[in-house]
Design a protein around this ligand. Structure first.
Ligand code: UDP
Length: 244
């Protein structure tokens, strides 16, 4: 299965739909090296533009999922229609798939009370899920966690610590864990534990979850604006420049 990608503002984005992306992860799970899945959005790209090391992490990822609505708009401007795959939705499907195929998983991130609740929820929803390791995202020493992860041998590791922290953590682990697929999933554990509510389905369907979250948590406003309009502007500029 070949990757089909499009480069947006210098960053490769995979154009798989949900089922293809899950199949691709199954291939990564079977491979003999570790890999990194990034769920990309305009905020991540803006950060990468200002931090070269982070841009390198994105460009070396084995799979880049078009998460943010801004990415879908950016691809559309370039004549590409993709199914938007939210990080949280993709991670949920991966867990379902792991439970079905007995793939051992690990969870790292969020507050201690949240990670406890997430484990209970996942075991309730997917009785066959095999969680070999779980830890909150507020640790001081990486090395102890690394040791624990090496000895528990997860095939998929879900890291919910927000970007860029989770991507940097995963990038470091890529050279330490022999064969684990790792994905950064931001605030997903908060949602799965019930700590934070997702937007009602209609908002999700319209691709307006970001707006709902911004209304509910106004402090997010400065993260989204002016990032989203500037991103769209830059995509249009890139397209016009390419055309000459
Ligand atoms: N978090 C963490 N360790 C940290 C900082 C944050 O585990 O050092 C967790 C935090 O508890 C929350 C998540 O990372 O569960 C970040 O959520 P946010 O909604 O900011 O991420 P987004 O989905 O917007 O990327």
């Amino acid at each position: 299965m070949q990757r089909r990608q499009h480069k947006l503002l210098g960053y490769n984005i995979d154009l798989f739909n949900m089922d293809e992306a899950i199949n691709y992860v199954n291939k990564l799970v079977d491979s003999s090296s570790s890999s990194h899945i990034v769920t990309i959005n305009p905020e991540i790209i803006e950060y990468a533009n200002k931090h070269e090391d982070f841009a390198k992490i994105l460009n070396e990822a084995e799979l880049v999922i078009p998460d943010g609505i801004g990415i879908k708009i950016g691809l559309k401007i370039n004549g590409i229609n993709v199914e938007r795959i939210t990080g949280i939705g993709f991670a949920w499907k991966l867990i379902e798939n792991s439970a079905k195929n007995n793939i051992p998983i690990a969870l790292v991130g969020a507050k201690p009370s949240v990670i406890e609740k997430v484990q209970a929820t996942l075991k309730e929803v997917f009785p066959d899920v095999n969680i070999v390791y779980a830890h909150d995202g507020y640790f001081k020493e990486n090395s102890e966690l690394h040791e624990d992860l090496i000895s528990s041998c997860p095939k998929i590791l879900f890291v919910a610590m927000g970007a860029p922290k989770q991507e940097e953590f995963i990038y470091e682990l890529k050279t330490i864990l022999p064969s684990t697929v790792m994905i950064g999933i931001g605030g997903s554990f908060d949602v799965w534990s019930g700590e934070v509510k997702r937007a009602p389905e209609i908002w999700q369907k319209l691709g307006l979850e970001w707006l709902y979250r911004t209304i509910k948590q106004p402090e997010r406003f400065k993260r989204i604006f002016p990032t989203l309009p500037i991103f769209v502007y830059n995509v249009i500029k890139e397209k016009l420049t390419k055309k000459g």
